[in-house]
Structure formats: C-alpha cells, structure tokens
Design a protein around this ligand. Structure first.
Ligand code: NAD
Ligand code: LMR
Length: 339
C-alpha cells in the first residue's frame, strides 16, 4: 500500500488514457509567453504531463527563472528557457505543439477586441516564426481576441506557404470548463461526469454553450438555461472584474489550456476518439472559422463535427452571433494582409 502511494505521488495530475511515459513518443512542446500569468501555471501543468518529453519556455523576459524553477520537478520532460527574439528559433525548432498565451490581458471595462491593437502584432510575428522554424507543429492559440488571432495566424501561414488548416486551433476550452462547472452547480450533478459543447467563438455572445446537449440530462427551466448561458458568455468578464485591474483568468485558463494541449498530444499519438471543442477552420456554418466539437488525430483535426440538434434558444443565439464573429474574423484577415 505504501509503495503504491509513493509511486502515485509522481503520477500526473491530469487524467490519463492509455499512455505511460515509457511508451509515449518524444514530443517537444513550446509555450510562448511562458513567464506570464497564464504561461507560468501552464508551464507547470505541461511539466506534469508525461506525454511531453521536451518543454520549451519562451518569453521576451523572465523565462530563465521560470524554466529553472519548473525544471526541478521530477517528471519526464527536459525543460529549457529562451528569452528574447534571437532565441525564438531555438525555442521552436522541432516542436510538435506550440501553445501561445503571449500578449496583454483585459482590464475592467475592456472588450477582448480592445486588445487587438497590441496582440495582433505579437501573434503575427510569433506565427511568422512558427512558419519558419516548426511549420508542421500544431498551434494552440490562447492570445485574445481569439476570434481574430486565429485568422491572423492562418493568413501568416498561408503567406509563408505552410498553412495546414488541420493544425491551427483557437483555444475555447475555458468556455467549456466554465459551462461544465456552472451546469453541474445548477443541475446538482457531480461535475466530473458533465459534458457541455460550446460552439461559435470566444467573446461575449459569440460564445454559445449548447446546454440542450449537456449530459447528464437535467430538468432545468428556460430561465435557468438563460442564466447559465449568460454566465458562460460573461465568465471572462466575471474574472476580469474580480481581479480589478490585475488581469484576466490565468489559473483556470492554464488548466483549460493544459487539458486541450493534452488532447492534441493524445491525438498526435494515435489515441482514438479524442474530441474537444475548438475554434478551427470550418465549413459547418457560412463562416470560415467556427468553434465546435473537433475530433483530434495524428495530423491534428481529423474531423470537424457538426452542431447536432439545437434548441430554439440556441438557434437564435447562433443567428445573433454570426455578424459579430464574421467581422472579428475579417478584421484579423485584413490586419494580417496589410504591410
Ligand atoms: P500576462 O500579461 O500575464 O502574460 C503575457 C505574457 O506574454 C507576458 O509574460 C509577456 O512578456 C509575454 N509577451 C508579450 N509579448 C510577447 C512576445 N512578442 N513574445 C512572447 N511573449 C510575449 O497575460 P495573461 O494573463 O497570461 O494573458 C495572456 C493572453 O491570453 C491575453 O491576450 C489574454 O486575453 C488571453 N487569454 C485568453 C483566454 C482564452 O480563453 N483563450 C483566457 C485567458 C486569457
Ligand atoms: C477569458 O475568457 O477568461 C479570457 O478570454 C480572458 C478575458 O479577457 O476574458
């Protein structure tokens, strides 16, 4: 009994399905923006993931300390810190997966789109470096506004001739994490078994949780569903206001980012039936990018799943979100193609 508990003390905190570190292939994962509010806990969580063999931590400042700290944890991956643009190539070379939480966060009163002016340029230059140094890597885009930064990355990759729509993901997992938590609370069911797809995009009304498809089923009133929908859509703002000027969600985002990255790595490694929601190139609506359930495989997106049956309330939500999402996508495409 004692031996078993000693062994489990070094086991991963993330749920595992079918892999031990001995049998998992080598995988290099980079976090760009690794010294930030999300980057640090995300670096920690990726260090705990036995699917990672090499962890590359890049930022414009502060990475030597974060890397030294995280590197002392007795888990599988080698850790290296890279600081400043001249080390970005080394950070990216050979990567299987690049996670991008680089850029400024919101303050109270701001929308995610208010971050565009600063973050669009950051994402554009990081995407150009990815195209140059690890064109085959999967990319998990966390930097906001996701509805625009994903199209920016796609355009940069297209220009570089490296775009593979199967490999670019906007991370909307935090919306799913929130929807699960809020639904479990309202439905009074254990949160571990809850599933809620969240589709659309990642800002305000473009976030569309599909509570009609939530499992386990619960008899919630229309009022309850409306309140849950609104709370999920405003989840980011709830945190921004509570942090009162000190930024936005970092810990829950790191958790969500680590779960999504883990799903991508499982897909790469050939684990079957890995399905998560993500904002990807899509033809399930008239828009070129859309978040929905996505099956992950050895090349990234294996299949973009359709929306399934929607309630009337969700159909209305879908209609209302399309114009805003369309204009955010177009804004990103336009930005990437100027200059
Ligand atoms: P933060 O300011 O704490 O950290 C950002 C980090 O990015 C900093 O360490 C900074 O040095 C670094 N950085 C800036 N320019 C860079 C560059 N050119 N290359 C590499 N690193 C660079 O911010 P945060 O709270 O970690 O948030 C980061 C981003 O994630 C924000 O845009 C925020 O809106 C977004 N976010 C997205 C979600 C989501 O659900 N997708 C959730 C939360 C936050
Ligand atoms: C979130 O949903 O928490 C993030 O997109 C950060 C924000 O600005 O709300």
């Amino acid at each position: 009994k004692r031996a078993a508990s000693a062994a489990s003390s070094t086991q991963p905190l993330l749920p595992r399905r079918g892999y031990s570190s001995e049998s998992a292939p080598e995988r290099k994962v980079a976090v760009l923006g690794a010294a930030g509010g999300i980057g640090q806990p995300l670096a920690l969580l990726m260090k705990l993931n036995p699917l990672v063999s090499s962890l590359s931590l890049y930022d414009i400042a502060g990475t030597p300390g974060v890397a030294a700290d995280v590197s002392h944890i007795n888990t599988r991956s080698e850790v290296a810190g890279y600081m400043g643009e001249d080390q970005l190539g080394k950070a990216l070379e050979g990567c299987d997966l690049v996670i991008i939480p680089a850029g400024v966060p919101r303050k109270p009163g701001m929308t995610r789109d208010d971050l565009f002016n600063i973050n669009a340029g950051i994402v554009k230059s990081l995407s150009a470096a990815i195209a140059k140094y690890c064109p085959n890597a999967l990319v998990n885009m966390i930097s906001n506004p996701v509805n625009s930064t994903v199209p920016i990355a796609a355009e940069v990759f297209k220009k570089a001739g490296t775009y593979d729509e199967k490999k670019l993901f906007g991370v909307t997992m935090l919306d799913v994490v929130r929807a699960k938590t809020f639904y479990a609370g309202k439905a009074k069911v254990p949160v571990e078994g809850v599933n809620v797809p969240v589709v659309g995009g990642h800002a305000g009304i473009t976030i569309l949780p599909l509570f009609s498809q939530a499992t386990p089923k619960a008899n919630l009133s229309d009022e309850d569903i409306k309140a849950l929908t609104k709370r999920t859509q405003d989840g980011g703002t709830e945190v921004v206001e509570a942090k009162a000027g000190k930024g936005s969600a970092t810990l829950s985002m790191a958790y969500a980012g680590a779960i999504f990255a883990d799903a991508c790595l499982k897909g790469l490694n050939g684990v079957p039936d890995v399905v998560e929601c993500s904002f990807v190139q899509s033809s399930i609506t008239e828009l070129p990018f859309f978040a929905s359930k996505v099956k992950l495989g050895k090349n990234g997106v294996e299949e973009v799943l359709d929306l399934g049956p929607l309630s009337d309330y969700e159909k209305q939500g879908l209609e209302s979100l399309l114009p805003e999402l369309k204009s955010s996508i177009e804004k990103g495409i336009k930005f990437a193609n100027q200059g």
